[in-house]
Design a protein around this ligand. Structure first.
Ligand SMILES: *Cc1c(COP(=O)(O)O)cnc(C)c1O
Length: 355
């Protein structure tokens, strides 16, 4: 693949938003990366261009059959002005696993890393440096071939867009209330639940909307076969601390292999805290709650890093975890992870990459 990434700089830089206006995914930087795929030619013409709309034929396969994948990662600016990323190759490897599942041709991970580096440096002045802020990076692929036949597309765009994002926790790290979903399911083993693809999100919107109407911020999905084993929370993996041990659902083919999940497991083991990856039934959690051993629960994902769970609603029963407050382990993991990501704590794992 051609490593020669061309750069066309914008002639009209946008006004940057105020830090307190950022929220999540609302503003985009001055440039984007795009590369094309044509059967027989492979991926070609990698280029950085001014951020702009793209033009697609209405018959483009992505609109009809959802052949698309994405990633989510962040770049941080340290107090000394260094630009750091967290385990970016893990995301690029997962991007290719998602590609393989969605019959999308593989991308060269080194080329994508170079594209990322170049794009982030071109738009470096967009990286916010206040505590809790970062530059969110969204790589994605869409099928662009204009034919309605159901078959893998012979043409694609790969793109990267960048969005400065505000602190996920405006008033410090806060627990969320979660609705345990017993009607809808997100994915089943053998489907696409372990790929980062748009259809998983479209399938979850209805349950999310109903949970929001009941006053819950996310849903906790149960498995689609037995309707009893814990899967994940919205767009996060999930962990429970029960009787001093930490448990999290095993990678069973229907949940996402989160980079944050993997990092938290390694970190807990580094701290000599026992972690089990296995099937966890909702009944086991309710029982642990009743006998007082369910100490903490938290979600993990790139956007929030750690999201403590203050309440679980299971069929109308409200289980208050750690009295609805952030648990000490959740807080400790959050402080450590965000500390190494922002370069204020030493990284004993070699996870942080300087751009
Ligand atoms: C992206 C995502 C996660 C979190 O993965 P990270 O790599 O930790 O950001 C978890 N679940 C789903 C469904 C996701 O899409």
């Amino acid at each position: 693949m051609d490593l020669n990434i061309s750069v066309e700089l914008t002639s009209a830089k946008k006004q940057k938003p105020e830090i307190d206006q950022l929220s999540f995914g609302k503003y985009f930087t001055d440039h984007m990366f795009i590369m094309d795929y044509d059967a027989g030619k492979g991926w070609h013409d990698p280029r950085i261009i001014p951020y702009q709309p793209i033009s697609l034929d209405p018959a483009a396969k992505v609109f009809h059959y959802g052949q698309t994948v994405f990633e989510g990662m962040k770049a941080y600016k340290t107090a000394e002005g260094r630009i750091l990323m967290f385990r970016p190759y893990k995301n690029l490897q997962r991007l290719n696993r998602s590609n393989a599942r969605l019959s999308i041709p593989a991308l060269d991970e080194n080329v994508i890393m170079e594209a990322l580096r170049k794009l982030v440096l071109v738009d470096e002045e967009w990286i916010p440096d206040e505590q809790g802020t970062s530059l969110y990076i969204r790589p994605f692929v869409i099928a662009t071939q204009a034919t309605l036949g159901v078959s893998p597309s012979e043409q694609y765009h790969f793109m990267i867009i960048l969005s400065p994002v505000g602190s996920y926790y405006a008033e410090g790290i806060n627990p969320v209330s979660i609705f345990v979903e017993s009607e809808y399911v997100r994915a089943v083993t053998g489907g696409v639940g372990n790929a980062k693809t748009g259809g998983n999100y479209a399938a979850g919107l209805k349950a999310q909307q109903e949970a929001t109407d009941k006053g819950y911020s996310q849903v906790l999905w149960l498995d689609g076969v037995h309707r009893k084993y814990i899967e994940e929370v919205g767009s996060m993996n999930v962990f429970f601390k029960v009787g001093g041990k930490v448990i999290t659902p095993a990678l069973n083919g229907s949940i996402l292999d989160g980079v944050t999940r993997d990092s938290v497991i390694q970190l807990l083991r580094y701290w000599d805290i026992e972690v089990e990856e296995r099937a966890i039934s909702i009944n086991e959690l309710v029982e642990a709650y009743r006998n007082g051993t369910l100490e903490e629960a938290f979600g993990t994902g790139t956007a929030a890093v750690i999201s403590p769970i203050g309440e679980l609603n299971w069929q109308g029963d409200k289980l208050a975890l750690n009295e609805g407050r952030t648990g000490p382990l959740s807080a400790k993991i959050y402080d450590f992870m965000t500390g190494i990501q922002r370069g204020t704590l030493e990284d004993p794992f070699g996870w942080v990459v300087k751009l």
